[in-house]
Design a protein around this ligand. Structure first.
Ligand SMILES: Cc1cc2nc3c(=O)[nH]c(=O)nc-3n(C[C@H](O)[C@H](O)[C@H](O)COP(=O)(O)OP(=O)(O)OC[C@H]3O[C@@H](n4cnc5c(N)ncnc54)[C@H](O)[C@@H]3O)c2cc1C
Length: 524
């Protein structure tokens, strides 16, 4: 993807069928679904693709064992259906980008016999709901078996464990892969372009154009479209009021923070689910590439574009690590940390007088503003991004375009880098390019079947095979590749999202900024 070419597409297209504001998981999913249905699509993001919540998640593809517990306790049929749908989506996400996602084994440590029974029944139910989409059978484990999977656990308190399975994804790159696939199918996509003003039809007040500001050039550009979709997650209310000042707020944000620890803290491949903290939350401790990811918190917050991990959150999360692990972890072992904002729909909110709300499934909602026809998709979670896109487009066909719904086909669409992906190709790469197993496997998992394209850049420049940082498998060629091929235009685009080094190891990331800045200067 080339930014200049995307700009040209936006400048030369007279009118798009749809224009999507927001390039997180939700907007990306809509863009892909729409081009596959034959619609012409523009997608813009103020920051970078996945620059906000979609790169700050716990990186789980899940139905949510906690949601299931709530559904059973409250006999909530809607919640149950949502878990079932998310479990079906879990299989689709795993299938469509095998390089960026994988099954994950999770252990729930139990401290007495009754907890063991309770969680075994719960996980069996979770497994039963997923039906043929189940990853592997859950099972009760003795103390000895639990410790053989996670020897770092505190043995003294442990009674037994319950093992179950969910999925894990590289969220920032998964979002990028969806956008790359949409672009390859015809969408015009632009990052660092903010929606600043709508143009309306004078006679009926319906939106007809959007002015965007390209923050790379500071130039403005007008996009005409039949339908405008607001997929700005936590920022949805700002676009709703940009379209119509009469609309009342619908979104509440809840912050969630994570800390990142070195892999020596937990060496195996099994994650831990702490099913109930003292304040009723769930915490995961997850093997995550060469690190361990701990999170998350959950509390009301103000809207911000730069939420950061706070000191009290670090203390809170480490206290749980130390409750479960034999060897104490200290704050100086923290490699990195990050926080994100969940876009939650305000419960029981009085729908604004002039908006027509279509509640399609419980945890996300498609709203069409009656006068301006702005379509806002709000709520949801990463796992259900494809479902949210489908619901949004089905609604647009029936409510705005007044046409027969064109069938959604995204379920079977392999994402960029997933075509012809064979993880074992890492062996060939080590022989052909003389790189280490560590780097070759890393490249396969980041770029899938495009890993070879990264290495082709080293053919005339042997020094690009060098490690970017000695503690990490990234090579210098990756920086050039993501700048030339993946529309990375700022330090954070490269280090936080395309490579992901900044979220794993802040110090290491800082130390390579100079090199990245040079590549950016020469190539943008
Ligand atoms: C801590 C945490 C952990 C989570 N863990 C999980 C998990 O493990 N599994 C799971 O399934 N879900 C998880 N979620 C939920 C999931 O991450 C979110 O539901 C999802 O990422 C939201 O995506 P989105 O596209 O709606 O929003 P975002 O990713 O925030 O995207 C919105 C985009 O809109 C852009 N934008 C805003 N204003 C403008 C403007 N004026 N012009 C142009 N663009 C604009 C922003 O720059 C942003 O990129 C988690 C959420 C959090 C916060």
């Amino acid at each position: 993807m080339n930014r200049q070419k995307q700009l040209e597409k936006l400048q030369t297209t007279k009118e798009f069928d749809i224009c999507i504001i927001g390039g997180g998981a939700t907007g990306a999913g809509i863009a892909l679904d729409a081009v596959l249905r034959g619609l012409s699509v523009a997608l813009i993001d103020k920051n970078d693709f996945a620059g906000q919540t979609s790169s700050k998640s716990t990186k789980l593809i899940h139905g949510g064992v906690r949601y299931l517990e709530q559904a059973v306790k409250k006999l909530d049929w809607e919640q149950y259906k949502m878990v079932r749908k998310a479990l079906r989506e879990r299989e689709i996400l795993l299938q469509n980008a095998p390089h960026l996602s994988s099954p994950l084994a999770l252990l729930t440590p139990c401290f007495n016999f009754f907890e063991g029974i309770y969680y075994t029944i719960g996980m069996k139910m979770y497994e039963w709901i997923s039906g043929s989409q189940n990853i592997a059978k859950s099972k009760w484990l003795s103390k000895k078996e639990a410790l053989s999977l996670i020897p770092e656990l505190k043995a003294k308190r442990l009674n037994s464990g319950v093992l179950y399975y969910d999925g894990q994804l590289d969220d920032a790159r998964y979002c990028l892969a969806i956008i790359q696939t949409a672009e390859a199918n015809g969408a015009a996509v632009l990052n660092h372009a903010e929606a600043i003003k709508f143009g309306k039809n004078e006679d009926n007040g319906r939106l007809k154009s959007l002015t965007i500001k390209d923050s790379m050039s500071n130039e403005e550009l007008k996009i005409n479209a039949k339908v405008f979709i607001n997929a700005t997650g936590p920022f949805a209310d700002s676009i709703r009021t940009l379209a119509s000042s009469k609309l009342k707020p619908r979104i509440k944000v809840s912050r969630g923070a994570h800390v990142v620890l070195p892999r020596e803290v937990m060496k195996g491949d099994t994650a831990i689910l702490v099913p109930k903290t003292d304040d009723g939350r769930v915490i995961f401790m997850i093997p995550w590439q060469d690190q361990v990811l701990i999170g998350t918190t959950d509390e009301a917050d103000e809207l911000s574009e730069t939420p950061q991990l706070e000191e009290y959150e670090k203390t809170y999360l480490l206290a749980y690590v130390n409750r479960y692990f034999e060897k104490s972890v200290t704050p100086d072992q923290v490699k990195s940390g990050f926080a994100g904002l969940r876009p939650l729909l305000q419960a029981q909110l009085q729908t604004a007088m002039n908006s027509d709300t279509k509640s399609l499934v419980r945890d996300h909602e498609v709203e069409i503003d009656r006068r301006t026809k702005l379509v806002s998709i709000m709520g949801g979670k990463w796992t259900t991004y494809r479902l949210m896109a489908k619901d949004t487009l089905d609604t647009i066909y029936t409510e705005i375009l007044k046409k027969e719904v064109v069938k959604c086909t995204s379920e079977h669409q392999m994402l960029h880098g997933g075509e012809n992906y064979q993880f074992e190709d890492w062996q060939r790469l080590t022989h052909e390019y003389g790189i280490s197993t560590w780097t070759a496997q890393h490249l396969m998992k980041k770029y899938g079947s495009n890993a070879q394209k990264v290495l082709q850049l080293t053919q005339n420049q042997e020094d690009l095979k060098q490690l970017l940082h000695p503690n990490h498998p990234f090579i210098k060629a990756e920086v050039l590749y993501v700048v030339q091929e993946e529309m990375a235009t700022t330090l954070d685009d490269v280090l936080e999202r395309r490579l992901g080094l900044k979220l794993r190891d802040t110090e290491a990331s800082k130390s390579v900024e100079g090199f990245v800045a040079e590549i950016l200067k020469e190539n943008t």
